[in-house]
Design a protein around this ligand. Structure first.
Ligand SMILES: [Zn+2]
Length: 193
């Protein structure tokens, strides 16, 4: 898995069938494009190689650069459980970032999670995106056929409370897809027993 870390957040990049074209998983903090691009470079790639982005959920540390991505021509995907959280996130960001510019709602590529395997396959990535509520209703995870799972902020399994049915259901779905190598956004990767 290609990735880099800044401001306590792991950002991931997946190679498509064209080495010059990457899919980003998550889009960094608001007003941090230079830091993000520096991280991409440190991982051995160029920011302008990123062509698509999947947002794990619309919180400011994961979707803060969506507008910058859009301005750079990156196709940002929006799944069927996503979108409702954008207003709240942007109100929060605007309080602390005067230079923040809002996301273009009409520039997303709307996609259903059950279409994600076909979409990813069309760009040479074997895997699928599933809805993984728990941390937030708009959370999704990307599970590859190489048994890797990018889970955003889904709580690591040992931290999930017994009555947190949403998170437990999400982990069951991740496990059912055969995921073993887990990549959270704010903790070190771990192996699923
Ligand atoms: Zn987060």
């Amino acid at each position: 898995m290609i990735g880099f870390t800044y401001s306590h957040t792991h950002c991931y990049l997946l190679r498509s069938n064209d080495r010059e074209k990457l899919l980003a998983f998550d889009a960094g903090w608001p007003c941090s494009l230079l830091e993000y691009a520096r991280g991409v470079k440190a991982a051995g790639y160029r920011f302008d190689c990123i062509r698509w982005a999947i947002i794990s959920h619309f919180h400011l540390d994961h979707a803060g650069l969506v507008r910058d991505f859009q301005d750079a021509g990156i196709q940002c995907l929006l799944f069927e459980n996503q979108g409702d959280g954008i207003d709240g996130m942007e109100r929060l960001i605007a309080r602390s970032h005067k230079d923040y510019r809002p996301i273009f709602r009409d520039r997303f590529l709307p996609l259903r999670t059950d279409e994600s395997r076909a979409f990813l396959s069309s760009i040479g990535i074997a895997g699928e995106v599933i809805r993984t509520p728990g941390h937030s209703d708009d959370s999704v995870s990307l599970v590859t056929d190489a048994h890797e799972a990018l889970i955003g902020d889904l709580y690591p399994l040992p931290q999930v409370m017994d009555d947190d049915e949403a998170s437990l259901g999400s982990w069951a779905a991740i496990r059912a897809l055969g995921a073993r190598h887990i990549f959270p956004s704010h903790a070190e990767p771990f192996e699923l027993a």
